[in-house]
Design a binder for this molecule. Structure first.
Ligand code: FMN
Length: 191
C-alpha cells in the first residue's frame, strides 16, 4: 500500500538514546501506525557546525562547510512533515539544534524548499516549567521563517515533557497528540 506521506523526526539532543531521541522514536511510531513513512535525524551522531555567514550558499550548489549538513538535505526536502524535539538548554533550544536550524538558510535561499511542509515541535526539560514553551516557540519561529505550516497538539503548543520521557505520562500524551495532528494536517493537505 502506498504510504500517506513521509515524516522526518529530528532530535536536537547530544545524548544518544536520551529522552529526546526516545520521544522522537515514540512520535515516529505513532506516525508510522497512521500509514506514513518515517526517518530519523539524530544530532547526537552528526557533526553539524555553525553557519559562518559566508553567503556563498546564495550561489553555490551546496553549503561550503564540509560536515554532515549536506547529506541530510535530501531527507529534509523529501518530507511532507517534520517533527523536532529539543532539550531545553538555559530556557531555549540546544546549541546543536540551533546550528542545524541556522544552516537551513541554504534551503530558503534555494527557493524556500521547506515551504508548506507541516511542522510540529517537542521540548524536553529537566524541570516541569523549565522553558519548554519558549523552546517550542523558538522551533516554531524557525518553521514560520521557512513557510512551514505549524501545528500544535490540538490543545496547546506541542509536546511538553519533563525528563525522563517515559515517566511523564501527561507529556507523552502531548507528544502523541502532536504526532497525530501532524498526520491529520498532512492528510488534509493531500486531499
Ligand atoms: C546546558 C544545559 C542546560 C539546561 N537548561 C535547562 C533549562 O533551562 N530548563 C530545564 O528544564 N532543563 C534544563 N536542562 C536539562 C535538560 O533539558 C534535560 O536534561 C534534557 O532535556 C534531557 O534530554 P536528553 O536525555 O535527550 O539529553 C539543561 C541541561 C543542560 C545540559
Amino acid at each position: 500500500m502506498k504510504a500517506m506521506g513521509k515524516v522526518i523526526g529530528i532530535s536536537g539532543s547530544p545524548n544518544r538514546n536520551g529522552s529526546n531521541e526516545r520521544a522522537i522514536k515514540y512520535a515516529l511510531r505513532v506516525i508510522k501506525e497512521k500509514g506514513f513513512d518515517t526517518e530519523k535525524i539524530f544530532l547526537s551522531g552528526l557533526d553539524i557546525r555553525p553557519c559562518v555567514a559566508c553567503k556563498r550558499c546564495k550561489k553555490a550548489k551546496k553549503c561550503i562547510i564540509d560536515d554532515d549538513f549536506n547529506q541530510i538535505i535530501p531527507l529534509l526536502t523529501s518530507a511532507d512533515g517534520i517533527i523536532i524535539s529539543s532539550p531545553v538548554y538555559m530556557g531555549s533550544i540546544s546549541g546543536q539544534l540551533k546550528c542545524l536550524l541556522d544552516r537551513t538558510i541554504f534551503l530558503r535561499r534555494k527557493g524556500f524548499m521547506l515551504k508548506n511542509k507541516i511542522g510540529g515541535a517537542i521540548a524536553i526539560g529537566g524541570s516541569r516549567n523549565g522553558g519548554q514553551e519558549f523552546t517550542i516557540q523558538n522551533i516554531h519561529t524557525w518553521m514560520h521563517i521557512h513557510g512551514i505550516i505549524v501545528v500544535g497538539d490540538d490543545n496547546h503548543f506541542g509536546g511538553i515533557v519533563m525528563a525522563p520521557f517515559e515517566k511523564d505520562e501527561i507529556g507523552i500524551k502531548t507528544v502523541e497528540a502532536t504526532a497525530e495532528k501532524l498526520c491529520q494536517v498532512i492528510a488534509l493537505m493531500k486531499g
